[in-house]
Write a protein that binds this ligand. Structure first.
Ligand code: 3NM
Length: 219
């Protein structure tokens, strides 16, 4: 790749974005990733957070194994928050929140890799674009059990408001999204849906990913 990712390509990768860490998984995270990709996951984010999260070498090893699975499947592998880990593993990109290192400084460090930034307001979205984000994650759209410090629920209205305000960059909705809700999120203007529990806690990971993907594909 010679330049930064084209927005149209980014939109495709965002269609069904699996976010996970070992804490989110009942089964082995590697198996969850594999099954979700068979079901149709289009991008994967390694987000090893929470009280029982792995640290040190086991965390790095898990990230590396997930990266390898993503590579084999041709699915972009994104690391949450940790730029050092992303560079060490030569990940395809990094996702950061508003409290992490500034987007402009992360952009400098990661070069042309994918940069995703969480945004909860139109103002934050504009700043993220200005600082070099390739996509923004907007949420929580619905109530979530997967993020302890989640902001107040925004509803799909925030997506509509962002599009109405002229924000045309790639957007993924996140927070409490299920197969039943995916269509509404995409209908409100998101290019795709980012999910944790609807896939990681599903009886059939593969079927859950497939049904979310099918709903997110209907634009
Ligand atoms: N970020 P689930 S909500 C990681 O609002 C994350 O920025 C959010 O998990 C945000 O699909 C969230 O299980 C958790 O609700 C999403």
């Amino acid at each position: 790749m010679t330049g930064r990712i084209a927005p149209e390509m980014m939109r495709q990768h965002l269609r069904m974005y699996l976010v996970l860490g070992s804490v989110n998984c009942i089964a082995e995270p590697e198996w969850v990733v594999q099954e979700a990709m068979v079901g149709g996951a289009t991008m994967v984010q390694f987000r090893e957070k929470g009280r029982a999260a792995l640290t040190g070498e086991p965390r790095i090893q898990l990230a590396r194994r997930i990266r390898n699975l993503c590579r084999q499947a041709g699915v972009p592998f994104i690391v949450n928050d940790d730029v050092g880990l992303a560079l060490k593993l030569n990940a395809d990109g990094v996702h950061i929140g508003q409290d992490d290192e500034s987007a402009a400084s992360v952009r400098e460090r990661i070069g042309k890799r994918i940069l995703g930034v969480s945004a909860h307001t139109i103002e934050e979205a504009r700043r993220a674009i200005h600082h070099g984000a390739d996509y923004i994650g907007v949420g929580p759209i619905y109530p979530t059990v997967s993020k302890e410090d989640a902001k107040p629920v925004q509803g799909p209205g925030l997506l509509r408001a962002m599009r109405a305000a002229g924000i045309d960059m790639p957007i993924v909705g996140i927070g409490g999204i299920t197969a039943e809700k995916a269509e509404e999120v995409v209908g409100a203007g998101a290019d795709g849906v980012a999910v944790i529990s609807a896939v990681t806690a599903a009886g059939s990971v593969r079927d859950a990913a497939a049904s979310i993907r099918a709903k997110a594909d209907v634009i």
